[in-house]
Design a binder for this molecule. Structure first.
Ligand code: NAD
Length: 249
């Protein structure tokens, strides 16, 4: 299917690499006017330009630390001033600072909560103001299978991702009367810079726990984001869609 996001304004946070980059590229290929919010630009903007040209969409980088309220407000205002509206938002930005809970500093705890959970609240609040006026829109929050199952060494990360599930369902209830849908994706083990730090032995153990027997690719998560941001999912809200090769079932 082509043109699923034709003429739709899409905002993707953390779109400079990994899953976010795959979302930006796929959305542009599907005709979306994509703005990605990140602190630095993607390594190869010309590849994104080519994807956009092939699909009739466009891609623009907006410099923004999504954990900072003033920067988020400024970025969303600038996008709405230029594009006139926001149709889809993917809150994808995320970080890890792994440590056993008993050794974890308050700083590491708060930094992860702020980057992963507070950022989604801040960007959603600004974008939803515009969505409700037009009585349409779709918000997708990038949770994690770890938020559903827990993971030793990732108490801060798992708490932020579980928090996103509660946030998603609450916001879905608040915005449904205005036809704005809010869903979450819970990826499993996806091959990006976030997971490349995991040692080979741990990777093999992880793979053994995945029914499909392999790690996932960023494009496979992007496909789920496309479904949730397009009219294909017009009757879906408050859902957490696992994209994890069966890991969390
Ligand atoms: N890779 C996995 O296995 C996996 C599994 C489950 C969930 N996730 C989630 O998917 C999302 C993307 O992860 P990834 O694997 O692509 O990681 P990544 O490290 O490759 O990319 C993360 C992106 O978020 C951006 N970012 C982080 N903090 C930011 C901030 N304050 N402001 C702006 N941008 C910020 C980074 O710059 C980067 O572009 C994250 O939310 C992550 O938690 C990943």
């Amino acid at each position: 299917m082509e043109g699923l996001l034709k003429d739709k304004t899409c905002v993707v946070t953390g779109g400079s690499k990994g899953i976010g980059l795959a979302v930006v590229e796929l959305f542009a290929r599907q005709g979306g006017r994509v703005y990605y919010l990140s602190r630095s630009e993607a390594a190869d903007p010309s590849a994104l330009g080519a994807a956009a040209a092939a699909g009739g969409g466009s891609v623009a980088w907006v410099a923004c630390d999504v954990a900072e309220e003033a920067q988020v407000q400024k970025a969303v205002d600038a996008i709405v001033a230029e594009a006139g509206s926001i149709d889809a938002l993917v809150n994808n930005a995320g970080v890890t600072r792994d440590k056993l809970a008993l050794r974890m500093s308050l700083e590491d705890w708060e930094a992860v909560l702020r980057a992963n959970l507070t950022s989604a609240f801040l960007v959603s609040r600004e974008a939803a103001r515009h969505m409700i006026k037009r009585r349409s829109g779709s918000i997708v929050n990038m949770s994690s299978v770890v938020g559903l199952m827990g993971n030793g060494g990732q108490a801060n990360y798992a708490a932020s991702k579980a928090g996103l599930v509660g946030f998603t369902k609450s916001l879905a209830r608040e915005l449904s009367s205005r036809s704005v849908r809010v869903n979450a994706i819970a990826p499993g083990f996806i091959e990006t810079s976030m997971t490349e730090r995991i040692g080979e032995e741990a990777k093999e153990r992880l793979k053994a726990s995945i029914p499909l027997g392999r790690v996932g690719q960023p494009e496979e998560v992007a496909a789920a984001a496309l479904y949730l941001c397009s009219e294909l999912s017009s009757y879906v809200t408050g859902e957490v869609l696992r994209v994890d090769g069966g890991m969390g079932m």
